[in-house]
Design a protein around this ligand. Structure first.
Ligand code: HMG
Length: 445
C-alpha cells in the first residue's frame, strides 16, 4: 500500500508576543513561576491589527507552496480547521484560496474547500479527511492543503487568559510523503461534555479545572480504543508522543497518566516495584475512593522516579519547546508539538527515519484521538526548512498597555482602531470590509 501522510509543514506565528512571567504575572499580582513552572509557558503569540485567521493561514500556505514548488493545480482540497471562524456560511478556506490566487496567478476552482469544527481536534480531523480522500482514490494524483489556524483569545480576567495564543500550521497531505506516514489504526474517546464552548460568542465559556479532567478521561479512552486495534502500546514503541498542548503543564499530567497505563504488566513495572511498589489494581480494593487514593499515591511516586523522568525528558519534553513560547493555538497545537519534537531531533543530529510517533489530539466538547505516524526518509530537509526560531525572535514585544489595546482591537464586540505595531512585509494583510460585510485581503511585498 502506498504511504499517505504529511509531506510538508509550515508554521506561521502571530507577529506579537506577550511575556507571561515578565509582563502578565506582575499585572495579575502573581508569582512568575506560576507561568514558567506551573503552566510551563514563557510567552503567548498575538496577532497584530492587520492579522487574523485568514492572513496567518494564507501566509503559512503560501510559504509551503513556494517551498515545495506547488501550483494550485497540484491541490485538490483545501480544508481549514478553526474554532475562530467569523462566518457561519462562507468557509475560511475560500478566503485563503482567494489570497493565494493573488500571488500564484492561477486558481483553485477545481479544489474542494471546507471548514472543520470540533474545537482543537479539527486539525487532526482534517488530516483524516485528506487521508481518506487519497486512500479512496478520489484525488487524481493531487494532494490536500490542510491548515489549522486560530486566534485563541480569552476574555480579559478569565483564567484562560494566561494560555492565549495565535498562529497557523499549514500541511500538505499526499502520497509518498516526505515527513510522516499516518497509521490506518486510530483510537477515539468521545463524549458529550460541557467544559469549554463558544455558543455563538467569540471568547470561550470555560470551566478550566473540569476541562483538565475531561482531557485526561477522553485521552485515556482513546488510548484504550487505539490499543484495541493496534495491540498494547509499550514505551519502547514510539520515539516521541506529541499531545495537544493547551499549555505544557497539561501535557505533563497527560504524559504521567499515559506512562502509567503503558508500563502496566511490563518489565518496567516490575523493575520499578522495588522502589515504588506495583500499580494498584481495582480488584484489590473494596471501594473506588480507596482505589483512587492508592492510584494517586502511586502516580506521585512514579513521577519522582529516575526512569519516568528520563522517559519524559526524551519522549515528551522535546514536543513542548515551541509551545512554551507561543501558548495555545487550538487546532494547530498538536501539529506544533509534532514539529517541535522533530525539530529538536534534527538539531541533535538524530536519524529518525522509520521511527514512530504516537500522536494524541484533543478537542473540548469533547474528543480525543490517538494514531501513530512513521517518520519518512527526507524528513530532515522538511524540518530544516522551518524558520520558526526567526519568526519567534522577530515578534514585537507588547507592553501591558499595548496588550490591552490589541486585545480590544481583536474583540468583535468593540470598535477599536489600533495602529499596527509591526510593519508587514511579504505577507497577506487584512484590508478592510467589502460591500456585503466580507473581509478583504491584500498581499504586501
Ligand atoms: P489557574 O487557576 O489560573 O491556575 O488556572 P492554577 O492555580 O491551577 O495553577 C496552574 C498550575 O501552576 C498548577 O499546576 C499550580 O500548582 C502551578 P498543577 O498543580 O496543575 O500541576 N503554580 C505554580 N507552580 C510553581 N510556582 C508557583 C505556582 N503557582 C501556581 N508560584 C487553568 C489554570 C489551566 C485552569 C486556566 O489557565 C484555564 O482555564 N485555561 C483554559 C482551559 C484549558 O486550557 N484547559 C486545558 C484542557 S482543555 C483543552 O486542552 C482544550 C482547549 O485547548 C480548547 C479546545 O479544545 O478548543 C482549551
Amino acid at each position: 500500500m502506498t504511504a499517505v501522510g504529511i509531506d510538508a509543514i509550515e508554521i506561521w506565528t502571530g507577529n506579537l508576543k506577550l511575556d507571561l512571567p515578565g509582563t502578565f504575572a506582575p499585572q495579575k499580582g502573581e508569582d512568575p513561576e506560576k507561568y514558567t513552572k506551573g503552566l510551563g509557558l514563557n510567552a503567548s503569540s498575538f496577532p497584530d491589527s492587520y492579522e487574523d485567521i485568514v492572513t496567518m493561514a494564507a501566509n503559512a500556505a503560501r510559504r509551503l507552496m513556494e517551498r515545495k514548488g506547488l501550483e494550485p493545480d497540484d491541490i485538490g482540497r483545501i480544508d481549514v480547521a478553526t474554532e475562530s471562524a467569523f462566518d457561519n456560511s462562507k468557509p475560511v478556506s475560500t478566503y485563503v484560496a482567494g489570497c493565494l490566487e493573488q500571488v500564484f496567478g492561477s486558481d483553485f476552482h477545481h479544489a474542494n474547500k471546507g471548514e472543520r469544527k470540533f474545537a482543537c481536534i479539527a486539525g487532526t480531523q482534517s488530516l483524516d479527511d485528506a487521508y481518506n480522500w487519497i486512500r479512496a482514490g478520489r484525488n487524481r494524483g493531487r494532494g490536500a492543503l490542510v491548515i489549522a489556524t486560530d486566534t485563541a483569545l480569552y476574555a480579559r480576567g478569565d483564567a484562560g487568559e494566561a494560555t492565549q495564543g495565535a498562529g497557523a500550521v499549514a500541511m500538505y497531505i499526499s502520497e509518498d510523503p516526505s515527513l510522516v506516514e499516518l497509521s490506518t489504526d486510530q483510537g477515539y474517546g468521545s463524549a458529550d461534555e460541557t467544559d469549554f464552548l463558544k455558543p455563538n460568542q467569540q471568547f470561550p465559556s470555560v470551566d478550566g479545572k473540569r476541562s483538565i479532567q475531561v482531557y485526561l478521561a477522553r485521552m485515556r479512552e482513546a488510548l484504550e480504543d487505539y490499543e484495541s486495534v493496534a495491540g498494547d502500546v509499550h514505551p519502547d514503541d514510539f520515539t516521541f508522543a506529541p499531545f495537544h498542548t493547551p499549555f505544557p503543564g497539561m501535557v505533563r499530567r497527560a504524559a504521567l497518566l499515559a506512562y502509567r497505563h503503558v508500563i502496566r504488566d511490563t518489565s518496567i513495572e516490575d523493575d520499578l516495584a522495588a522502589e515504588i511498589g506495583r500499580q494498584p489494581r481495582a480488584e484489590a480494593f473494596d471501594d473506588d475512593e480507596a482505589y483512587h487514593d492508592a492510584l494517586r499515591e502511586y502516580m506521585d511516586a512514579l513521577k519522582e522516579t529516575e526512569r519516568y523522568q528520563a522517559w519524559y525528558d526524551a519522549t515528551i519534553d522535546p514536543t513542548l519547546t515551541i509551545s512554551r513560547e507561543v501558548g495555545n493555538w487550538y487546532t494547530g497545537s498538536v501539529h506544533v508539538a509534532r514539529a517541535s519534537a522533530l525539530k529538536t531531533a534534527f538539531e541533535a543530529g538524530r536519524d529518525l527515519t522509520g521511527e514512530t510517533l504516537l500522536i494524541g489530539s484533543y478537542g473540548s466538547g469533547a474528543q480525543a484521538e490517538i494514531h501513530a505516524e512513521t517518520v519518512q526518509e527526507g524528513w530532515e530537509s522538511e524540518i530544516e526548512a522551518l524558520d520558526v526560531d526567526e519568526q519567534l525572535d522577530a515578534r514585537y514585544e507588547l507592553s501591558w498597555a499595548d496588550y490591552e489595546e490589541i486585545h480590544d482591537a481583536h474583540n468583535h464586540e468593540m470598535d477599536v482602531d489600533v495602529e499596527e505595531f509591526t510593519t508587514p512585509s511579504d505577507e497577506f494583510v487584512f484590508d478592510g470590509w467589502g460591500r456585503m460585510g466580507e473581509r478583504k485581503y491584500r498581499y504586501v511585498e
